[in-house]
Design a protein around this ligand. Structure first.
Ligand SMILES: [Zn+2]
Length: 339
């Protein structure tokens, strides 16, 4: 079994306009080299259906985005302008992830990475925001439940921004465990340590808010001492990664200090969980990341982990400043999880 990638020149067709950081080059930077890379199987994206997109979004929001098709000067908010082909591209991004999930669930692929845009994790049920039109990863998790009958899906979101839309989609749903590392306080303002889910979903939202400047050592400690024990106890049947590369130290928006090796270490941690409890089933989907070379190199480092082509990771530096925050996260979640 191999690793799948969703990568298609049609993802360049969503154009938020000159000077916008979420630009078509973010996918172009992978073309064409990655298409011929050994050990990767290319999955052709399909267009998601309205029924699939409304697993997470309201019909009103779907109709709003659909109505933007063909418009050349329209914006859902100050951050989220669209072009004539944005609606079609967003449907293709969702459908690309779903097509990849079908292959992994069927056992034809071991794992994969959907290198799609626009990104998704800020999109709310009834609202586009933060460069995002439809919430790709949330629709993916809902589809795994609705179409494939999975009962437990883990979403690990390491984008520098909190995935407000994903969290809100599953706040009351113990069938999706949402775990996020993110800079805090920061855009979009959500993701405090005490946002833990509601009702039957209490304990199934885990927020790890981090101050600016944290790097590989702190992220790796968060993954090893908080995310791994919770994820192993949850025992997901498939693991999704909201893979944003804006925590990279060269990212112009993020203000964190993660390196390519740090992303590889996070991927290795998540893959270890997937291998122990989910039959290795793990699918990453691209979120943010605005330094083109940093994002490309980091995504390729994650792909190397997915296809088992990576070598030994260098030992992480011992000193981490994350301990007080991670202790606080564990205290908040002690009623729900064993550490
Ligand atoms: Zn981001």
């Amino acid at each position: 079994m191999t690793t799948g990638i969703v990568l298609d020149p049609r993802f360049l067709e969503h154009d938020p306009g000159p000077g916008h950081p979420e630009r078509p080059e973010r996918v172009a930077v992978f073309l064409p080299d990655l298409l011929d890379s050994p050990g990767l199987t290319r999955i052709t994206p399909r267009t998601a259906t309205p029924e699939e997109i409304t697993l997470v979004h309201g019909e009103g929001h779907f109709a709003n985005v659909a109505r933007s098709a063909g418009l050349s000067r329209f914006a859902f908010d100050a951050d989220t302008p669209v072009s004539a082909r944005s609606f079609d591209t967003a449907c293709l991004a969702v459908g690309g992830l779903l097509a990849l999930l079908d292959e992994v669930v069927a056992g034809r692929l071991r794992n994969g990475f959907a290198l799609v845009r626009p990104p998704g994790h800020h999109a709310e049920r009834e609202r586009a925001m933060g460069f995002c039109l439809f919430n790709n990863v949330a629709i993916g998790a809902a589809y795994l439940h609705a179409r494939h009958g999975l009962e437990r899906v883990l979403i690990v979101d390491w984008d520098v921004h909190h995935g407000n839309g994903t969290q809100h989609s599953f706040a009351r749903d113990p069938g999706v465990l949402y775990v996020s590392t993110h800079r805090y306080p920061f855009y979009p303002g959500t993701g405090a340590i005490d946002e833990i889910g509601e009702g039957a979903g209490e304990g199934f939202t885990v927020n790890i808010p981090l101050p600016g400047g944290f790097g590989d050592a702190e992220y790796v400690e968060a993954f090893r001492t908080v995310i791994e024990p919770i994820a192993l106890e949850y025992a997901p049947q498939l693991v999704l990664i909201s893979a944003g590369f804006d925590p990279h130290r060269r990212d112009p928006l993020g203000g964190m200090a993660v390196s390519e090796r740090g992303f590889a270490a996070m991927a290795r941690s998540v893959l270890g969980v997937a291998q122990q409890v989910a039959g290795g089933r793990c699918v990453a989907v691209l979120e943010g990341g605005y330094d083109l070379a940093a994002m490309r190199d980091s995504a390729i480092a994650v792909l190397d982990e997915l296809r088992g082509a990576a070598g030994e990771l260098p030992a992480q530096p011992r000193s981490s400043h994350a301990r007080p925050i991670l202790d606080a996260v564990r205290r908040v979640h002690e009623p729900f999880w064993k550490f």
